[in-house]
Design a protein around this ligand. Structure first.
Ligand SMILES: Nc1ncnc2c1ncn2[C@@H]1O[C@H](COP(=O)(O)OP(=O)(O)OP(=O)(O)O)[C@@H](O)[C@H]1O
Ligand SMILES: CC(=O)N[C@H]1[C@@H]2OC[C@@H](O2)[C@@H](O)[C@@H]1O[C@H](C)C(=O)O
Length: 381
């Protein structure tokens, strides 16, 4: 990891808060960054799950429904309260006070992601009442981190690649960082070429949905259920036959495409019936193959594949990825100094740093935006 040396300039403390497409709750980190934004270390991590009522409401708000504006506003308030509790937990762990934190980078909850392309119709919505978070935490908040990139004709996602580059870039090795959250995304770190990054498909979101439907469990722990089944080749081909997978970068996606209705349509149009267990095995393979195919397409000689996001804890999925990438070293980001479930939140702390320094947080070669942009809207403490 490219951390600063002990002689680096004095650091500031930042908090990063991320609640992603898995809807499993909020991950928060408190970290130190130098004046130049180089990583100086993680001081604390806290996770707060969403209460069941908020989880159900956030899931419902992913698709059109009645009185959305009012319901979205209430959900934004509820999220601000959970984010503020997460900040309080981080401060308590470290003994720091609100006055010690330079800023919070707060992602909010994506409920729509339709970036469009350079034609003024695109938008992306992350629910969060950021003013309330500033009020409750007493800390400056940088929120709405995707809209400016979309306004500049970009996808507004993924935003983590610059942070991945700063942390995991290597002078000699061709590396990929793969975040397997609800959706998975890849960052390509070539020693001598431009940064690349894009979403590559459903990470855990369909796996979670299928497990919740058939086992009433939030997710398939360690992939144990998937490991019991067989991959159904016809179903895998049918699932893979989705234009998003073969479309060129820049690209991003979300629950707008990969959702329960998409899976039901695919299963309904298959000419055979597949057991629930085999569906879980096949969905796990879809996640592994969609990542492997993009790596083969954009970085066939990739040497290190660093995995982060909750999918890194799915042992069966990791085995399938290793099988699909026999020539690469597949490892957890933990082996490079930052735990898989800390990386995204840390990236949003870094994006808050970038905003405070008036530095760009996007990268046009990743999002397709017209240029570099300072991301986020500021809510003073
Ligand atoms: N032990 C485990 N076994 C299997 N899967 C796991 C395990 N732990 C976490 N996960 C998976 O990781 C998911 C959470 O991942 P993560 O927090 O990275 O998602 P997210 O941040 O919501 O998503 P995104 O990156 O799309 O924004 C869970 O929903 C689950 O599917
Ligand atoms: C619109 C949105 O919330 N996108 C998320 C989602 O979760 C993973 C993938 O899809 C990625 O594009 C992005 O998150 C990460 C943190 C990013 O912007 O880099």
């Amino acid at each position: 990891m490219n951390a600063s040396s002990p002689t680096s300039p004095p650091s500031d403390y930042f908090i990063g808060l991320m609640s992603g497409t898995s809807l499993d709750g909020v991950d928060g980190v408190l970290c130190a960054l130098s004046a130049e934004g180089s990583w100086q270390g993680l001081l604390a991590h806290a996770h707060r799950p969403f209460p069941p009522t908020l989880y159900r409401e956030l899931q419902a708000l992913q698709s059109p429904g009645p009185n959305e504006l009012h319901r979205g506003a209430l959900a934004g308030n509820a999220l601000a309260r959970i984010y503020a509790e997460t900040c309080a937990a981080l401060l308590e762990q470290t003994g720091l006070g609100p006055q010690d934190i330079r800023a919070i980078g707060a992602h909010g909850q994506t409920v729509r992601h339709q970036p469009g392309m350079h034609d003024g119709t695109g938008y992306t919505i992350q629910l969060l009442q950021a003013a309330l978070l500033a009020e409750l935490s007493g800390i400056e908040v940088v929120a709405d981190l995707r809209s400016r990139d979309v306004a500049a004709g970009g996808q507004g996602a993924p935003l983590v690649p610059l942070f991945h580059q700063a942390l995991f870039g290597h002078a000699k090795r061709l590396r990929a960082v793969v975040n397997i959250g609800g959706i998975s995304n890849i960052t390509l770190l070539h020693p001598h070429q431009a940064l690349l990054g894009f979403d590559c498909g459903p990470g855990n979101t369909l796996l979670d949905h299928w497990c919740q439907t058939h086992h009433q469990q939030p997710f398939d722990r360690d992939g144990a259920w998937a490991a019991e089944g067989q991959i159904n080749a016809a179903l895998l081909k049918h699932l893979s036959d989705e234009p998003f997978f073969t479309g060129p970068a820049p690209k991003s996606t979300g629950r707008d495409l990969f959702n329960a209705a998409w899976l039901a349509r695919k299963l309904g149009t298959l000419n055979e019936s597949v057991s629930a267990t085999d569906v879980q095995s096949t969905l796990t393979e879809l996640t592994a193959q969609s990542i492997a195919h993009e790596l083969q397409r954009y970085a066939p000689t990739v040497q290190d594949v660093l995995i982060c996001g909750g999918g890194a804890f799915n042992a069966h999925l990791m085995l399938r990825l290793c099988a699909a990438l026999p020539h690469a070293r597949v490892l957890s980001t933990a082996e490079e100094g930052l735990a898989p479930d800390h990386v995204e939140a840390a990236a949003f702390a870094w994006l808050a740093w970038a905003h405070t320094q008036h530095q760009p947080g996007n990268h046009p070669s990743v999002t397709g935006a017209k240029g570099l942009r300072v991301l986020g809207a500021l809510h003073p403490a």
